[in-house]
Design a protein around this ligand. Structure first.
Ligand SMILES: Nc1ncnc2c1ncn2[C@@H]1O[C@H](COP(=O)(O)OP(=O)(O)O)[C@@H](O)[C@H]1O
Ligand SMILES: [Mg+2]
Length: 375
């Protein structure tokens, strides 16, 4: 019996995953709470899974940082029993970042001319088992961050090409993370593809989103695996940000607008994440985050007061920090340190009487601590 059968929404029950692939399936953490969007998307995908051209396999989640886009993508991996993987896009991405890298295999003498750390990196790549992408090898074997791995790979490609000699050089192709997911049928989160500048790179990405498509690799033509699901996650475009490319948007079959969750959900998630239980306190803190979020938007202040700030703020208070002081260093200064903007945010809180509520909380928390100690 394989583990996928236990998943809630089975897509391809016949499919067998390798041990490595099973390890990539996200396990819902204790603190994970299913959301309305998660249920809706899961049901939509299942409903249309075997409906040919009506299949839903390209999803867009658009909304501010911290609204739960990545976690939702991971939850879908758990729901469908699909391996989860991701790419983080950056402005000057090129085609090798979409398709993959071609590297000459250097001889031992060739390798020895290189610096030791470059030798080690190339060796790790040459010894790769073909399961991991080149950047994944660099991150897992040599502990590079994903960003470092991307630039390291570019540098190695150039280096290896400069040192490749003679006519009998063997070249090896290392598929990108995107190609790997496309070919083997994983759930791929593509973060922020709106930042990509090069139109040719966007075109390559577009063809990877074609439902019934194929990709031309230097080594072969591969077809889209029927289980390949793409979840594009982007921050909502604010003034000055590049909007998501129209052609990409057009290939999406289901889109969700991600906002700060409701106050109740915020409180529920904070309890699950931090273990802090005082709902009276959490209620006020959540109201403050919501008010700041609105005020920042209304005044075109660029920073966000999101779920992450909320969790760290709650955690600080749970650890004994003053609620009012920590409001500044856990939330407000993360939005802005500009005095005029801070004043606007404070005004918004005062208008709702929330600074006052926060001060009252301070007394309430102290009383609680006293009674805890006397117990
Ligand atoms: N459904 C959920 N249940 C519990 N916590 C969640 C949920 N969704 C997101 N979170 C938490 O909220 C924070 C931000 O989520 P994340 O998915 O990283 O946001 P985004 O990708 O939109 O920036 C994380 O700490 C995450 O664990
Ligand atoms: Mg994210």
């Amino acid at each position: 019996m394989n583990e996928q059968q236990s998943t809630l929404y089975a897509l391809s029950p016949e499919r067998l995953l390798t041990k490595e692939e099973r390890a990539l399936i996200w396990n819902k953490s204790q603190s994970h709470k299913d959301s309305e969007q998660e249920r809706r998307i899961s049901e939509e995908i299942v409903r249309n899974w075997n409906r040919g051209e009506m299949k839903i396999a390209n999803i867009l989640l658009e909304g501010d940082a911290g609204t739960g886009k990545t976690q939702l993508a991971k939850a879908l991996s758990a729901n469908f029993g699909l391996p989860y993987t991701k790419v983080t896009c950056f402005a000057d991405m090129d085609k090798s970042d979409i398709i993959g890298a071609i590297l000459p295999v250097l001889s031992t003498e060739g390798l020895e001319q290189l610096e030791l750390n470059d030798q080690a990196a190339l060796k790790a790549l040459y010894e790769g088992d073909g399961f991991q992408s080149a950047t994944a090898i660099l991150t897992s074997v040599l502990k590079f961050t994903p960003e470092e791995a991307v630039s390291k790979l570019k540098q190695l490609m150039k280096l290896a090409n400069d040192h490749a000699e003679g006519e009998n050089v063997e070249y090896r192709f290392y598929p990108s993370e995107i190609v790997r997911a496309y070919q083997h049928g994983y759930l791929l989160e593509i973060q922020e593809p709106n930042v990509i500048r090069d139109a040719a790179v966007l075109m390559a990405l577009n063809s990877a989103l074609e439902l019934d498509g194929s990709l031309n690799l230097p080594t072969e033509v591969i077809r889209r695996h029927p289980d390949f699901i793409v979840v594009i996650t982007t921050n909502r475009s604010y003034a000055g940000a590049r909007p998501l490319n129209e052609a990409l948007r057009d290939r999406i079959q289901h889109a969700e607008k991600m906002d700060l969750p409701t106050k109740e959900v915020m409180v529920e998630r904070a309890i699950a994440k931090t273990g802090y239980q005082d709902e009276q306190v959490l209620d006020v803190l959540a109201k403050i985050i919501i008010t700041l979020d609105k005020a920042a938007r209304a005044n075109a202040i660029k920073g966000v007061a999101g779920m992450r700030s909320f969790f760290y703020w709650v955690d600080a208070i749970a650890g004994g920090a003053s609620a009012k002081e920590s409001l500044y260093y856990k939330v407000i200064y993360k939005i802005t340190t500009d005095s005029d903007e801070i004043k606007l945010l404070e005004d918004a809180l005062n208008l709702e009487g929330l600074i006052k509520s926060l001060e009252q909380l301070e007394d309430h928390v102290k009383k609680n601590e006293k009674s805890m100690r006397s117990k």
